[in-house]
Design a protein around this ligand. Structure first.
Ligand code: NAD
Length: 495
C-alpha cells in the first residue's frame, strides 16, 4: 500500500479550515476563533482548526448527553452497534493512507511507522471492540432462592476523552472504540497540534452510521476546552492520555465538579535492563535502539533508561551508538526516513535542554545531542546517547519524551531492580537475560505495567497497556479496557 508516488500526491493537498464535530455537524467556534496548525516537517502553517471555548465544549457535552439519554445508541442492540463499528473499521482501512498522511503532516511520525501504528491500528481497534460488544454478559448472583440478584453492565453515560499529540489516532481509538462499543456517548478533545486525523475519524463514524451526537470532537487549547470538558457536571468519566501535570489537573477538576472518575495514562521513564547473560547482545542493542529512538523517542513506553551490567557496558554502548548513528532521519513522508520529526519546536528545545543539563550534571554525550536539518524549517534531532548518568540526576529521573537515552551501569540483579524502581514512574520496562528464573524474578520485582523479556516494545490489542505509580491508573487495550466504560448496576428482585 505504501508507495512514494501516492504519498507525494497527498502530502501537498489543501487542508480546509477544520471545524469542531458536534451533533453530526462540522461547526465553527461560537467565537469564530481559529488556531494555526504547524507542520513539524517544515515548520509551515498547513491549516487552521477551530479554537473552541467553554461554550463550544458545553454544546458538545449537551449533544452527547441528549444522545445518551434518548437511547439512539445506548439502547441500540449490541449486534447493531457492532455493525456500525465494523463498518467504521472498514472505512478507516479503505482510507488508511489518506488519513495517515494527514496525521503525519501535523504530527511528524515517520510514515512507515504511522501507517501501522495509526490508521491501520485504529481500524483494528474499532473491529476488536465492535466484535467484543455482543459477547459481554451480565451475571446472576448466588442469592437466596426467593431473590433474583442481577448484575448489569450499564454504560456510564457521557465519556470525556483527552488525548496527546503522539499517536493521536491509535491512542484516541483505544478510548473511543471501547467507549462506543459499551453504548456511551463521547466528547473528545484532541491535542491542539494533532487534531486532523481524529476529526476525520469522527466524519467517517457518521458515514458508518453512528447516530448524531454520539461522538463529538471539540478542538482547541487544553487549558480552555480541555478544562471545560473535565469540569463539566454532565460528563460521567474522563479518560486521558498525556503528561502527569495535566493528569493532576484532571483530578482537581473532578474534585471541583462532580467527582467523575478519571482514568489517567501518563508518562514514563522506562528501564531497559541488559544482563551479561543475554543470549544475543547484538540483537538486544538493535531492538533497544529502536525502543528508544523510533518516532524520535516520542513513545510513552520508550525504553529511555538503559541499565546495563557493568562488565558488558562499554561494548553494548558502542553497539547502541552504531545503531543511533545509522538511522536515516528526515522528512517523515519520505519512505526512506527511518525516523521523522520531533513534534514541535518547543519539544525540540526541551530535549536539547535536557542534554545540556545532563552534561552539566556529569553525564557524557556518546552520540548525537544536536538539532539537525534546520534548513528544512522542520524539527529534527539526532538520536542521543548519554552515558554515566547518575541515579539522582534530572535525566535519570524525568521523562524527556524525545530521542535521548540515559545509560547507567549496575553490578548485579539486586542493584538492577533498585535502579529500575527508583523513579516515580512505572509504565514499561525490559529485561534481557537467558536465565528463565531471573526473567520471572524480574517480572515479579519490577514495578511497571509492562515487562518485556528479551524484546522491547512489542504488543498487540490482546494485552492491556497502562502504568502503575505516577504513570497512571487506567488501562487501554484488551477486554479489560472495557470495564471502565461500564457501571455495575445490581438489581435485587423479590420473587
Ligand atoms: P499534555 O498533558 O501536555 O497534553 C495532553 C492533552 O491534554 C492535550 O490534548 C492537551 O491539550 C490537554 N491539556 C493540556 N492542559 C490541559 C488542561 N489544563 N486541562 C485539560 N486538558 C489539558 O501531554 P502531551 O505533551 O500532549 O503528551 C505527551 C505526554 O503524554 C508524555 O508525558 C507521554 O509520556 C504521555 N503519554 C502517555 C501514554 C500512555 O499510554 N501512558 C501514551 C502516550 C503519551
Amino acid at each position: 500500500m505504501l508507495n512514494q508516488e501516492k504519498i507525494d500526491a497527498l502530502r501537498y493537498a489543501d487542508i480546509p479550515l477544520q471545524g469542531h464535530f458536534v451533533d453530526g455537524q462540522i461547526v465553527p467556534s461560537a467565537s469564530g476563533k481559529t488556531l494555526d496548525v504547524l507542520s513539524p516537517i517544515n515548520g509551515q502553517v498547513i491549516t487552521r482548526i477551530a479554537e473552541g471555548e467553554a461554550e463550544d465544549m458545553n454544546r458538545a457535552v449537551a449533544a452527547a448527553r441528549t444522545a445518551f439519554e434518548d437511547g439512539r445508541w445506548s439502547r441500540m442492540a449490541p449486534a447493531t452497534r457492532k455493525k456500525v463499528l465494523l463498518r467504521l473499521a472498514d472505512l478507516i482501512e479503505e482510507r488508511a493512507l489518506d488519513i495517515t498522511v494527514l496525521g503525519v503532516r501535523d504530527n511528524g511520525t515517520e510514515i512507515n511507522m504511522a501507517l501501522k501504528a495509526e490508521a491501520l491500528s485504529a481500524a483494528q481497534t474499532f473491529r476488536y471492540y465492535g466484535e467484543a460488544i455482543d459477547k459481554v454478559y451480565g451475571q446472576i448472583a448466588p442469592t437466596a432462592h426467593n431473590i433474583l440478584g442481577l448484575v448489569h453492565h450499564a454504560p456510564v453515560g457521557v465519556v470525556g476523552a483527552i488525548v496527546p499529540w503522539n499517536f493521536p489516532l491509535m491512542i484516541g481509538s483505544w478510548k473511543i472504540a471501547p467507549a462506543l462499543a459499551a453504548g456511551n456517548s463521547i466528547v473528545l478533545k484532541p491535542a491542539e497540534s494533532a487534531s486532523l486525523s481524529l476529526l476525520k475519524i469522527a466524519e467517517l463514524a457518521a458515514e458508518a452510521g453512528l447516530p448524531d451526537g454520539v461522538f463529538n470532537v471539540v478542538t482547541g487549547k487544553g487549558s480552555v476546552v480541555g478544562e471545560a470538558l473535565a469540569l463539566s457536571m454532565d460528563v460521567d468519566i474522563m479518560v486521558f492520555t498525556g503528561s502527569g501535570a495535566t493528569g493532576r489537573r484532571l483530578l482537581e477538576y473532578s474534585a471541583r465538579s462532580n467527582l467523575k472518575r478519571c482514568y489517567l495514562e501518563l508518562g514514563g521513564k522506562s528501564p531497559n535492563i541488559v544482563f551479561n547473560d543475554a543470549k544475543d547482545l547484538a540483537e538486544a542493542a538493535k531492538v533497544s535502539a529502536a525502543g528508544i529512538f523510533r518516532n524520535s523517542g516520542q513513545v510513552c513506553i520508550a525504553g529511555s533508561r538503559l541499565l546495563v551490567q557493568e562488565d558488558i557496558a562499554e561494548d553494548f554502548i558502542a553497539e547502541m551508538v552504531r545503531h543511533a548513528q545509522g538511522y536515516r532521519i528526515g522528512d517523515p513522508l519520505d519512505l526512506n526516513s527511518q525516523i521523522g520529526a520531533v513534534h514541535s519546536l518547543s519539544e525540540l528545545e526541551a530535549n536539547l535542554a535536557f542534554v545540556n543539563r545532563a552534561e552539566a550534571e556529569g553525564a557524557e554525550c556518546r552520540s548525537g545531542g544536536q538539532r539537525i536539518l534546520e534548513e528544512s524549517g522542520g524539527y529534527y534531532m539526532q538520536p542521543t546517547i548519554m552515558a554515566e548518568v547518575k541515579p539522582d540526576s534530572d535525566l535519570f529521573q524525568n521523562e524527556v519524551f524525545g530521542p535521548v537515552l540515559a545509560v547507567t551501569t549496575f553490578r548485579d540483579e539486586d542493584e538492577a531492580v533498585t535502579l529500575a524502581n527508583s523513579t516515580v514512574y512505572g509504565l514499561s520496562s525490559g529485561v534481557w537475560t537467558a536465565d528463565l528464573s531471573r526473567a520471572h524474578r524480574m517480572v515479579d520485582r519490577i514495578r511497571a505495567g509492562i515487562v518485556h523479556v528479551n524484546t522491547y516494545g512489542g504488543s498487540d490489542l490482546t494485552v492491556p497497556l497502562g502504568g502503575v505509580r505516577q504513570s497512571g491508573n487506567g488501562h487501554d487495550k484488551s477486554l479489560h479496557a472495557m470495564e471502565k466504560y461500564f457501571d455495575l448496576k445490581s438489581a435485587w428482585i423479590q420473587l
